[in-house]
Write a protein that binds this ligand. Structure first.
Ligand SMILES: CC(C)(COP(=O)(O)OP(=O)(O)OC[C@H]1O[C@@H](n2cnc3c(N)ncnc32)[C@H](O)[C@@H]1OP(=O)(O)O)[C@@H](O)C(=O)NCCC(=O)NCCS
Length: 153
């Protein structure tokens, strides 16, 4: 797995992805593909042997409205292609993103904001050294979220 620049083609693919419930809150079907290719939004592609398998994002787009955030950590998030979820690939996917983010941005810490019901995502990031720091309800839809952070060496 490797991180590469987001392209128009990759972005057009990502906006067609649909996750089965309860993960459909991660669908990006209403997003303009140009949002992903705009470098200000921090999106990069995750590829395996040249095929798009997911994306990672760094910066403010990894935040959820209603959470309290400061500049002590770099927000990150992302997703695997829906048909590749639930197969144990998430750890390597997120680790690839963290390695890329650490080299490019050299943050003091990483921060992820995960839906409370998304136990599998919480398990994967916990396995990568993230610890829960607070919980909150999103101001948009009231859904519960947990903020988790990992200090960098
Ligand atoms: C979140 C994501 C990276 C997780 O990766 P994954 O490869 O699908 O996860 P895994 O199949 O390795 O599952 C992780 C663990 O959760 C467990 N798990 C899965 N569903 C679960 C559930 N409903 N309840 C409890 N545990 C569950 C798995 O058994 C596994 O446990 P193990 O590590 O002890 O074997 C991936 O699913 C993804 O990208 N999803 C789409 C978007 C998303 O959820 N984004 C989150 C942004 S933070």
């Amino acid at each position: 797995m490797e991180i590469v620049d987001m392209t128009d083609e990759y972005a057009a693919d990502i906006v067609t992805w649909r996750y089965p419930a309860p993960y459909d809150c991660y669908d990006l079907v209403d997003t303009d593909p140009e949002f992903f290719t705009d470098p200000r939004n921090g999106y990069v592609a995750l590829v395996d042997k040249g095929e798009l398998i997911g994306y990672r994002v760094f910066g403010r787009d990894g935040r959820v409205p209603g959470g309290e955030y400061d500049e002590s950590a770099l927000d990150t998030g992302g997703g695997l292609r829906p048909e590749l979820t639930g197969r144990g690939l998430g750890r390597q996917a997120i680790a690839a993103g963290l390695e890329y983010g650490a080299a490019r941005f050299r943050p003091m810490a990483f921060r992820v904001t995960v839906a409370g019901l998304n136990i599998r995502a919480q398990q994967v990031v916990q396995g990568l050294g993230f610890v829960p720091t607070r919980t909150f309800n999103a101001t948009t839809d009231g859904c519960g979220f947990v903020i988790m952070t990992r200090r960098q060496p």
